[in-house]
Write a protein that binds this ligand. Sequence first.
Ligand code: FES
Length: 158
Amino acid sequence: IARAYHEKVISHYERPRNVGSLPKNDVDVGTGLVGAPACGDVMKLQIRVDEDGIISDVKFKTFGCGSAIASSSYMTERVKGLSLEEAGKIKNTEIAKELALPPVKLHCSMLAEDAIRSAIKDYRSKRVKLAESKQNNFIDVSRGTATTDTTATMLPSQ
Ligand code: FES
């Protein structure tokens, strides 16, 4: 007997939440772009992180099956308002359970787990680079070789 999809999957598939993109180059945006080797489907998930390290905005675009679209839509709702640590702990099994995905569709929820982790990693590596560039400017200034502080123009105004 063919098993009907759970209504939550259908709801997220038919009315996906938080579809779209955030400006990839913003210093407070992390982008995760991942693919599923099993089927070639692709998911992009982006987070914006506020000064307290809380995810304040999330957007996704998924080129894939209904379960992958539903998984990413669910993930965007799930991580909004969470810290990076909390968001990084979300497992695909939670998504699969919540959406009642059949075993053959487990890898679709894995894509959402990979995507949020990849977005967090991208955000963190941007912060490290920003800190390093500030450090370098400081060194340059102290040697008297820098005339302008370029980091000031990179930071959002308060
Ligand atoms: Fe590949 Fe769903 S079938 S992500």
